[in-house]
Write a protein that binds this ligand. Sequence first.
Ligand SMILES: O=C(O)CCC(=O)C(=O)O
Length: 257
Amino acid sequence: MSGPTLAEQVATLRQQGFVVVRGFAAAEQLQALRDLSRRQLERAAPPAEYEADLRYPGAPASRQAEGGHTVRRLLDAYGRDPLYRRWATSPAIARWLRECFGETPVLSTVHHNCVMTKHPAYGSLTGWHQDIRYWSFSESELVSTWLALGHETAGNGGLFFIPGSHAAAFRPEQFDADKFFRDDLPENRAWIERAVCPELEPGDVVFFHCRTLHAAQRNASGQVKLSLVHTYHPEHVLPLPGTRSASRPGVPLAQVD
Ligand SMILES: O=C(O)CCC(=O)C(=O)O
């Protein structure tokens, strides 16, 4: 039996703020991306962001502390290797996002654009947040792709999403000073109770809106979790001049039929 059509997948994203597309990456490409990511992680190939830099709960206190060299993100996937470039600009992603945006999708080389890791030791948890919080664009209409390079579950730090949160008009007071959605407010708790953690198989992709609230726990398994993450915007949505979002040119994805 075939799964949902592309139009149905996009409708789900619009309605709940995220959609899981099963088996999106071909087995051969997935294997190549996984092998490459493991090699790059093994030698902490720069540029990398370390858990100690972010200091989220569970992270080492500094790069000098025990576990201080735990990588959180291998940055600039697009510039790192042609394999990552081919994935981020692949015809399948271009077709999906063109259906979603109704126009040419543009890859941001500033935001996400990384291999996201989660280590069993020293890998931190991430509180509830909307990705748009630190991004600056003419409209909040960006979509990210999260490719699972291995299995992802709540137990190894898989993402939790709150359905419908992308369409909510939250007040600034519902967020803390670092723009995390406060979990101590009863009105926020009502949202958080609706959260779901879709289990991902290797090759599944989650498409999610930049206003969708999401969070992740620590990795309680024995193995590092790896995911490849990119962000795209429609071509009429522009990074605001002078902001970090405009600090590097985006990559328009060619038309594919
Ligand atoms: O893997 C995690 O802890 C969550 C990552 C995430 O949501 C982010 O970096 O925006």
